[in-house]
Structures are given as structure tokens and as C-alpha cells.
Design a protein around this ligand. Structure first.
Ligand code: SAM
Length: 231
């Protein structure tokens, strides 16, 4: 099927919106193949468009879930949630954000029958996938690190723009701890690495900033419903 790389000439001119072709996406992801095939490796695409990179990353992670956990039904569902919880995206165009979420959801739904080898999936699973996609794929301006405001906005409206806030999902067995961070604070912390401290991949380590909100641990199948009731 022919790939659609642009939506309109106006959008190309205004936003440089040309989507990357599948062949290039795969070639680029192959440069970090090991990471794309680690279920819990985190990816953030700051101008994700309709998700050409994120969709392929999810596909690769879900293949690994089947290879590693096929037959362990409870693990398969949990690992699918872990895979989607570490995929993040930002785009300045709301229709791209919605399309990106929808495409990622389609990948999960197409994968679902291949993952079934025992019991039916828990009834809350699709709701959990959807919730994570809504929390992780955000409408935002990757330059201001805030929700977009119109060019004609007043100084006050620009100053008060809502900061892009991502949630970190940490899994301990089948429980999840959610911590919310402003993206600006995460990026600032990343620029202040701790001398002589390195991650497993050899990258400089840094201390995470203080979260803007921290939630009590909950069972992973409850994350779509429980946070509204937590203080
Ligand atoms: C060249 S396209 C690439 C899309 C996607 N990464 C891909 O490779 O298919 C650039 C994308 O960046 C988005 N964009 C442009 N300026 C942006 C900004 N300041 N913040 C976030 N997204 C932006 C556009 O809406 C468009 O979807």
C-alpha cells in the first residue's frame, strides 16, 4: 500500500510536516535495535506526527512480549501494558496526536488475538491501554515545553500556558507507581549529570527532579479508574 507522507501542502509549509517513510523508520530504529526490542526501554518522540516511529517501536516490543512470555498468559497482558507505558510522544497538531493514539491502539488490538493462549484478556485491559495512550501521547509544543497557545495570545496567556506533564510508570510485579513530572524539569535535570556516574548503557546518569505529583501504588489493571479518587 502506498504510504501517505504529507497531509497537505499548507501543513508542509507551516510545520514542516512530512512523515518519515517506513523503510527509513526501520533503518533508523535498527541503529538502536537492542533498545527497540527491550520491553521497558523508554522512548519519547518530541514531534511524533501520526506516530510512524512509535508504531514500529510498539510492534517490536510486542513481538518480544510474545517471544518471551507466550503461554504465560498473565505475564503477556502485564508486559503489553509495560510496553505501551514507556512510549511517549508530543505533537503540536491535535489531529496528529489523535491519529497517533489511534494507530497505537490498532497495533495493540491486532496483536491481541496472537497473544491469546489461555484465558480471555481481563475486561479492563483495553481501557488501561487507552488510558496510557491518552496520558503518554500529548498535544504540546516541543519548543516551549507547554501546551500550544495561539500566536496572537497575550503575554499573560503565553506565560500561563500549561506545562507538558508526563507520567512515569514504574512496575513492581503487577503494581504500578505513577509519578508526574514537568517535561521542562526533566530536561533541565538531564543537563545536570552527576559526575562519574553512568547508566547501564554508558550514558551519563542524572538525578531526577522532584515529581509534581506522586500517586500511591495500584494494581496495573486499575490505573484507568483509580487516580481520580487519589489525592
Ligand atoms: C517532519 S514531521 C515528522 C513526523 C514524525 N516524526 C515522522 O517522522 O513521521 C514533523 C512533525 O512535527 C510537528 N511539529 C512541528 N513543530 C512542532 C513543535 N514545536 N512541537 C511539537 N511538534 C511539532 C508537526 O506537526 C509534524 O507532525
Amino acid at each position: 500500500m502506498e504510504e501517505r507522507q504529507i497531509k497537505s501542502r499548507e501543513r508542509v509549509a507551516e510545520r514542516g510536516e512530512v512523515f518519515t517513510a517506513e523503510r527509513e523508520v526501520n533503518a533508523m530504529l535498527d541503529l538502536v535495535k537492542q533498545e527497540t526490542e527491550r520491553i521497558d526501554s523508554r522512548f519519547l518522540e518530541p514531534a511524533c506526527g501520526t506516530g510512524n516511529f512509535l508504531v514500529e517501536i510498539l510492534r517490536r516490543k510486542l513481538d518480544v512480549v510474545l517471544r518471551q512470555y507466550k503461554g504465560q498468559q498473565a505475564q503477556v497482558w502485564l508486559q503489553s501494558v509495560i510496553a505501551i507505558s514507556c512510549i511517549y510522544g508530543i505533537d503540536i497538531m491535535m489531529d496528529n496526536v489523535e491519529e497517533c493514539r489511534q494507530r497505537l491502539m490498532e497495533i495493540l488490538c491486532e496483536w491481541h488475538p496472537h497473544a491469546l493462549s489461555g484465558d480471555e484478556a481481563p475486561s479492563d485491559l483495553q481501557q488501561v491501554w487507552q488510558y496510557l495512550l491518552e496520558r503518554n501521547i500529548l498535544w504540546g509544543d516541543a519548543l516551549t515545553l507547554c501546551e500550544p497557545v495561539s500566536e496572537n495570545a497575550t503575554f499573560i496567556e503565553k506565560r500561563d500556558a500549561k506545562p507538558i506533564t508526563f507520567s512515569e510508570w514504574s512496575f513492581i510485579s503487577d503494581m504500578v507507581v505513577r509519578k508526574d513530572y514537568h517535561l521542562a524539569a526533566l530536561m533541565q535535570a538531564q543537563s545536570q549529570s552527576v559526575p562519574d556516574l553512568f547508566s547501564d548503557l554508558g550514558d551519563k546518569a542524572y538525578l531526577p527532579p522532584k515529581p509534581v505529583k506522586e500517586y500511591k501504588p495500584v494494581h496495573y489493571l486499575k490505573i484507568a479508574t483509580c487516580y481520580d479518587t487519589q489525592q
